[in-house]
Write a protein that binds this ligand. Structure first.
Ligand code: FE2
Length: 148
């Protein structure tokens, strides 16, 4: 039998989410933050797939929550500074996600929730939909203010 190294096979397994050019809002700082969120979701997926310890999964969920908070603050800072007309709707989407992730974090910590593909799919789909619909909507507005 051939010995398998831990990294073997990984290359053949698809990341659950990948960067797409369509995600770009034309603002370097925000694109970089979106890429980082994508990386964290992929790390979480990989850690779950590799059956990592609960503590490690919890750490990645915490990283996700903290980074999302920082990222939303960055976007909102620009939306407020330039007077984006749809700021209230945009912020309420951020707040709903923040609440949902805080709930996940708590339930994972209490042991009343087990991290599943369903949870990771929710994170992926939320991020994808939010970028493609809401973030792309502010992109031309912020670009027109000189942000790139
Ligand atoms: Fe956003």
């Amino acid at each position: 039998m051939l010995a398998r190294t831990p990294t073997q096979g990984r290359e053949t397994q698809m990341a659950i989410i990948g960067w797409q050019d369509a995600f770009s809002v034309g603002i370097e700082e925000i694109d970089a933050q979106h890429r980082k969120l994508i990386d964290i979701i992929n790390n979480l997926h990989e850690a779950m797939r590799d059956k990592k310890a609960k503590g490690i999964l919890g750490d990645i969920v915490n990283e996700m929550a903290d980074y999302a908070t920082l990222h939303f603050a960055t976007e909102e800072k620009y939306l407020v500074a330039f007077g984006y007309p749809e700021i209230v709707v945009h912020e309420s989407e951020h707040n709903a996600f923040t609440k949902k992730v805080a709930d996940l974090r708590e339930r994972l910590a209490q042991g009343t929730l087990v991290l599943s593909l369903e949870v990771i799919t929710f994170l992926r789909d939320w991020l994808t939909n939010h970028i493609l619909s809401s973030d792309k909507k502010y992109a031309p507005f912020l670009n027109s203010k000189g942000l790139q």
